[in-house]
Every structure is written in structure tokens, then in C-alpha cells.
Design a protein. Structure first.
Lengths: 338, 338
DNA sequence: CACTGGCACTCCTGGACAGGGAGTGCCAAA
DNA sequence: TTTGGCACTCCCTGTCCAGGAGTGCCAGTG
């Protein structure tokens, strides 16, 4: 394919993204210094359409890029434009004020939404990839405990535990010592094995309670594949005149479904630094008209993903830059707290 | 005012709520057995309009209720219709499966959204009205602690604390004992006073650290007027054809502002069992076209509020019943965990 | 005196239709 | 290979008209 044809495609993508209207041959010839006439551009456009990169909403309208067109743009044409110094400063300042892990996530998701003017989604650091820092048992009533688990990423999980027998203060201390001895510093991935042997290590009269505790621990650790996510910027869906063809309904609904959001952020396997899924490339049916830009983050290894969701017609260079920058800085912060 | 006029108003409210279209005199006369002709209804409607209870979108259209009309309906006409047995069972089952306080709140807000088909908002139990169950210190690095506070409503707060000096394991245990001795069982309202004296009670070499700790505690307890809220059902905003006159934009934005949501749920002072704010009665500008139904909840005393937000044109009897029922049941659950 | 039927009037709504404009495809010429 | 010209297509907008729903008012009735 011609170099000029690529330039024409770029012009169409850029103009369409900024004006939101089909772009015609004349506009391309005028606004972008290609040094050729509109008629020539028309020929190139006919070619690009034939090749499936652009399409016409109807005869006698300008062209708009297809998903395939955007893909080519992202892969070969878009130069990522770095954040401005002011933006960079704002990111640093805003995130460094976070007071705990929850706050880091909350701030991150807001920041992403604001920077990109799109819907942002941030996954809380995944439990499976972190390790146990501390376990705490608090007795609420004689037969009811609260179990609090703190991980090295600073995440706190809490669960109620009903105990089969009444426990003394002493019993609780015993149990706490036991679980901490066994689990402290262990990766959560290894935890199930250890937890299995927990009941056997307790004093005979505490066996039943210890196994109740073990069950709850397993639930929070293993069965806890449902991971939490934070969302912000839903209001941006109404930007640019309701970008989703149909109603907002299904989108808003999907945004409240954690399962869907997790799917959106991509399976754990994707360790790529940054992923862009355009249109059909999305597995989630409701987001077939959207683009999702995601990045992994974490101290050293990836413990979670973050990303933004927007119309396929989005500012790719800007969005990609923002997601990447934020993911990097959040990783740095987590690194510091190790 | 005539009894029959009230019946006409009720008819208009009910029909408009269900059909979402201005209701004319003929429809009222036919569908509701008032025993009078359409012409008579017309006269009554003229009166009701004069009195400000209903209005015409334009000449030669049917009538729709005004905020004042809804108010009268709620105060004098609407008989709350209790939840069906099935709904009641569903509420109990769904909420009783909650595994911790966060989960109670999450489930509650979803439940409300689903039952009422509107946007639901639930405030996390307010810190100020609960008391300290336990404080836990975990050292992350030699100069960095994590402070975890557990309250008797089951809420967990966490904060990082930078310590001015390196701490040994022993030091941390000492500090933990100290803060627990001083604060355990104390109401958070009384906490600031106690926290003030904390540093003075520590070993001399731990004074500096203790006062850093005290500062963070004060921040989480006192300055923590910003309270968390959960939202669900935003997708319901698109029901019934975008009920808000303008765009969804401002509403979606407001729903992400915690400050606004707190305002929406009403100031702490409102200890009324159930509040209905219709249209202008709302202080928040963006919600002038909406109705907010809120209720307080808590074990014994009110520790938080919950509510739903919908069009003034809402099913008042059903919504009020749902909010009341859910608030009651959540209160029961909290009571059990005391 | 309250209620009723009838009637003229208002105003919204949806469909049909024409004019203007933007953009294209194609062709012949440079 | 590029260019200017030209006919053509199709959307968009505004206008117009008929249909329909609902009202207000008035005169008549029990």
C-alpha cells in the first residue's frame, strides 16, 4: 500500500475523531498538506474502502474508519503523544496524596476518567499474586469472630466466622498465633495447601473452630476469584452525543457487573504492557462498538489491570499515553510500599 | 377541597405514573369508577390546575401532576403497598448471605435498585455513631505502619502511618496494647479527647511515634466527615425514556460525587423514619426534577441512610414500601452482629 | 345548583414533499 | 498518474396538511 494512502487514512481517522463527522475528499485534500487534489484523494479513498479500512455510512457521504482502519492506525500510524508536563505533575500530586490502598485505586480511576474523558476501570490488586502480611482475629460475640487479612499490597479482607463452640480470649489468641505462624509471608497462591493442614495443628479442643476458620480462609482466598473493580466517569458516556448506537442502557448495566468488567480488563494471562481492543476484538458483546485500552500494573510483577472504555472513535494517541503513564506511576507507588 | 377532586388527582397521578403520558378527562372518567361524566372531571381538573396540583404541558393536552400534586398524593392519598411475600423472602435470603459489612452494603444497594427499578444509594454505617472494637498495627517497613481500625458495626478502616523512628517488633506490640487499652469499646464521638492524651502515656522513646499515630487516628475519626456511599442501578436512569428533561450528563456526574450523594441522603439530623423529597424540595440543584426517598437504618439508633432516586413520576407506594422494608431488614442484620 | 352533552377551538404529531448541499464516481484531458 | 469537470445520489431541513386528542365554555336538565 502506498505511503500516501496511509496518510489519507491517518487524515480520515484524525479528522473523524475530532469532528465526529464523516470526512470527505475535499476536507482531506485541504486540511492536510498532501500536495494532491481532492480527486486524487477520492481515488485513494476508493482503494481504502475496497480494502476495508474505511466505509461510507451511505452513498454520497464522507468516509469513516472501520475497526480495521483504526487497528492499522494504532499499529502503524499513531505516534503516542506523551502527557504534558502539567498533566504529569497533576498525576503525581494527585496520586501521592492517597492515604491507603483503597484510596490509591479510587484516585487512579478518577484520574484516568478525567484525563481521557472516558469511562475508567481499575481492578483492585489481585489477591492471588500477593502474599499474607498479617491475619487478625477479633471476637465479636462468643461464637462469632471477625477475620481480617492484610496482604503485602496493603489490601485488607474481612470475613465473619461462626465458631462451633464458645471461645475464650485465650483460645482466640492461640488461633491467631497459629494462623499467623503458618501463613505469614506466604504467597496466596500457596495458601490453600497450608490452610488444608491448619486444623490438624490446633489443640484438640480447637480443632472444630480451626477448621471453620480454614474454610472461611479458603473461601476468601481461593474461591475469591471474583475480584473487585472500581469504575468512574460513566458520565463521559454521554459525551460526543451518546456514542453508542443504541441506548446507554446495556452499557450502564454492564458497568455494574463485576464479572463483565473483569472480562473487559482481560484475562490474567495478558501480561502485555498495553493492550488495545477495538470493536469486534472485544469479547464482551455489549462492547462491540467500543474500544478498550488496558494496561497491567504492579510492583515488579502485574497484580492488576486498569483501563478505559470509549468509542472506537477515540483519541488513540492521547488515551494510550494516559493509560500507560498512570499505570506506570501507580506501579511505582506500590513499589514504594513493598 | 372536594373528596371527588382528590380522587381525580389520585387517578391522574396513578395513570400518569403508569402510562407516562398526560391524562385527559375522558380517560379518568372511564378507567376510574367515579360515577361522573368526563365533563365533570374537566371542571374538577380546571380547579386542580388553578390550585397548582396539576398542569398542562400545552393547551389541548392532558394533565400531569406538579410537584405539589405529588406531595399531596404522598401525604394523603398514597396507601403504602407492602411487598409481596415472594419479594420479602427474596430480600431476606439475599441479604442474609452477606459475608461482611461491605457485602451487606453492596447487596443492599443492588437490592434496592432492583426492587424499585431506580438508582439506589446506600451510605456505609457512619463512623461517628459507632464505637471502637479493635485496633491493629502491622509494620510494613521499619518506618511504616499500617493501622487497621475495626468498629462494632463491622466496618474496617485502614491507614498508612509513617513513623519518625524505626520500630522494633516489641515497640509495635507496645503501641498496639496502648491504643487498644485506651480506645477499645469507646464511642468514636468520644475518641478525639482520648486520642489527645495518647502520646503522653507512651514510653518516652515512643512518644514521637505515638503522636504520629494519634494524628492519623484523628484524621480517620474526626476529619473523616467524608463518608462512603455505594451506588447501583444507574442503568435505570435510561428507563422510561430518559426521564430527566436534559441529558443524563449532570445526573451521572452527580452520582459520582460523594459529597452530593451525602447531601442527597439528607443531613444526619433527619432522624425521621422515612423521607420523601419531591422535585424542588431537593437541595441539590441537579435533582430538582427528581424524587428522593430515603430512610435511616441502624441497630437501635440510626448509623446511616439509604435511599433511591427516581423521576418525580414514580410509583410512590411501591418505592416507599421497598425502601422501608429494606432499611428495616438491614437494621435487623446489624442488630444481630452487635 | 351540580352535572351533563355538545361543539368549536387549539395544538401536537406524523407523513409527504421539495429544495439545497455535500460528496461521490467516472471520464476525458494533461 | 493526476486533475478538473460533471452528473448523480442521498441526506437533511423546513413546510405544509390532515388527523386526533383534549380542552373550555355554554346551554339544558334533574
Amino acid at each position: 500500500m502506498d505511503d500516501r494512502k496511509l496518510e489519507v487514512l491517518r487524515a480520515i481517522v484524525e479528522d473523524y475523531v475530532s469532528t465526529q463527522e464523516p470526512v470527505g475528499s475535499k476536507a482531506v485534500a485541504q486540511r492536510h498538506a498532501l500536495g494532491v487534489s481532492a480527486a486524487t484523494v477520492r481515488n485513494d479513498m476508493a482503494y481504502l474502502e475496497e480494502a476495508g479500512y474505511i466505509q461510507q455510512p451511505h452513498t454520497s457521504a464522507g468516509r469513516i474508519p472501520t475497526a480495521k482502519g483504526y487497528r492499522l492506525f494504532v499499529d502503524r500510524l499513531g505516534k503516542i503523544k506523551p502527557l504534558s508536563a502539567a498533566e504529569r505533575r497533576a498525576v503525581h500530586r494527585f496520586l501521592s496524596e492517597a492515604i491507603d490502598l483503597d484510596d490509591v485505586v479510587t484516585r487512579t480511576v478518577r484520574l484516568l476518567a478525567q484525563l481521557t474523558h472516558q469511562v475508567a476501570v481499575v481492578q483492585y490488586p489481585s489477591l492471588n499474586r500477593s502474599s499474607v502480611r498479617h491475619l487478625e482475629l477479633v471476637s465479636l460475640t462468643p461464637t462469632r469472630l471477625m477475620l481480617v487479612m492484610i496482604t503485602d499490597t496493603g489490601r485488607v479482607e474481612q470475613r465473619y466466622v461462626e465458631t462451633p463452640a464458645e471461645l475464650t480470649e485465650e483460645d482466640v489468641l492461640d488461633l491467631r498465633r497459629l494462623v499467623n505462624e503458618q501463613l505469614q509471608g506466604k504467597a496466596l497462591a500457596d495458601a490453600p495447601r497450608i490452610i488444608g493442614g491448619l486444623a490438624g495443628l490446633a489443640r484438640p479442643e480447637l480443632r472444630a473452630t480451626a477448621s471453620a476458620l480454614a474454610r472461611v480462609l479458603l473461601e476468601s482466598v481461593v474461591a475469591r476469584t471474583e475480584e473487585r473493580v472500581a469504575v468512574a466517569g460513566a458520565a463521559n458516556l454521554t459525551r460526543n452525543g451518546n456514542f453508542f448506537a443504541g441506548s446507554l442502557r446495556p452499557i450502564l448495566e454492564a458497568l455494574e457487573e463485576e464479572v463483565v468488567l473483569m472480562q473487559l480488563l482481560g484475562r490474567a494471562d495478558s501480561n502485555a504492557l498495553l493492550t488495545v481492543r477495538i470493536g469486534d476484538e472485544n469479547e464482551v458483546a455489549d462492547f462491540r462498538e467500543a474500544t478498550v485500552v488496558t494496561a497491567g500494573y504492579g510492583p515488579g510483577s502485574v497484580v492488576g489491570h486498569m483501563g478505559v472504555l470509549g468509542p472506537t472513535r477515540m483519541d488513540y494517541p492521547g488515551t494510550i499515553a494516559a493509560v500507560r503513564a498512570v499505570a506506570r506511576y501507580v506501579s511505582e507507588i506500590l513499589e514504594q510500599n513493598r
